[in-house]
Ligand binder design. Structure first.
Ligand code: DAH
Length: 339
């Protein structure tokens, strides 16, 4: 008899269940009212006295083993069904992941970077909080120069030497100070001017500065580069350069691209001329080269600067520049399909 009970103990120890029903039949078999354990306990009175001790101990071992097995298997099966409860049906298709959209400023900035990278320009950046030297003085705009008034400046606290850069031309100064020619770099970034906010202008906006310095760089190189750029970005190759004035370039010019007069919007945008002004440019003034540690007798170069925001308005037919900084998702999500 004792041997039979011992066999059951081994059986119980080996037992596993894959579902609750199997476990329940196990419970009934051993621990139920009419189960084996009760049968063995009932047998106890018929066992000869000298065997009673061993018999009792063996039944108790079986009882303990059956109870332990029941508990561990019950816990295991329950945690399995909890998993299903939390995650539901693990074989169902996943939730679609929402695609984000790039900001129109980033889209246009990336396009410009890509176009210039194809002709060997790298990307450089500089700080938005700038000092007087990099934003003005090194660019041929000494203190009290009247052209400083062209860009209404935000100063930091009361220190007239520290300001929010008014243009990305400050980055060309930094780049020339830290690199030697040949230089081919574009510098995109945010700039600040103390201007009234309206549909067409803001107190902060974005620019891309371009700089090309080498031996024997000519105005023809500048024009050719710009023509390549307008063809790539706008699909328009007709440009004109109007004489202009910037303290840091000599000669200086403003660049117009011929947009055409096909639609009423073309008419409005170009004020009936068909021409659209897109940037300033010129040959880097020898004083600026010397200020930045580049020998103006050996090297020459050209520079240009354009506003990204207005180009974004133009390319994406956005009517108000303020939309670009209001973070209205209804506006922003419209750019999902762009680059
Ligand atoms: N910095 C000028 C501005 O913000 C734009 C500009 C004009 C940049 C001529 C240049 C340049 O590099 O050569 O209005």
């Amino acid at each position: 008899m004792i041997d039979t009970i011992k066999k059951h103990i081994t059986e119980v120890e080996k037992f596993t269940a894959t579902n609750k029903e199997e476990l329940e039949s196990f419970r009934i078999k051993y621990l139920g009212k009419k189960g084996l354990l009760n049968d063995f306990f009932a047998e106890f009175k018929n066992v000869p006295n000298e065997q009673k001790k061993e018999f009792g101990q063996t039944i108790n071992q079986l009882k303990q083993a059956a109870n332990e097995k029941l508990n561990t298997l019950r816990d295991a099966l329950e945690s399995k069904s909890d998993e299903k409860g939390i995650y539901g049906d693990l074989t169902r298709p996943g939730e679609p992941i929402e695609l984000g959209a790039r900001h129109p400023i980033s889209i246009v900035k990336n396009q410009i970077i890509e176009i210039f990278s194809r002709i060997g320009f790298n990307v450089s950046e500089g700080p938005e909080i700038e000092d007087d030297w990099h934003n003005f003085t090194a660019l041929n705009l000494p203190e009290y120069h009247p052209a400083r008034d062209m860009q209404d400046t935000f100063f930091i606290q009361t220190d007239p030497d520290i300001l929010l850069r008014t243009h990305t031309s400050s980055v060309q100064v930094r780049y020339m100070e830290n690199n030697t020619p040949p230089i081919r770099t574009i510098s995109p970034g945010r700039v600040y001017r103390n201007e009234a906010i309206s549909a067409r202008s803001h107190c902060f906006f974005h620019q891309v500065e371009g700089l090309y310095i080498d031996k024997d760089v000519s105005f023809a190189d500048l024009k050719q580069t710009l023509q390549y750029f307008t063809t790539e970005l706008f699909g328009k190759s007709k440009i004109r350069l109007r004489p202009s004035y910037f303290p840091f370039t000599e000669p200086s010019a403003e660049v117009d691209v011929y947009w055409g007069l096909e639609t009423e919007t073309d008419y409005k945008m170009t004020k009936g001329t068909g021409w659209l002004e897109i940037m300033g440019c010129g040959m880097v003034d020898p004083n600026v080269l010397d200020n930045c540690g580049i020998d103006s007798k050996e090297y020459s170069g050209f520079a240009f600067g354009m506003g990204i925001d207005r180009i974004a308005l133009l390319l994406h037919q956005i009517s108000d520049i303020r939309l670009l900084s209001e973070n209205d998702v209804r506006f922003l999500e419209q750019f999902k399909s762009a680059l």
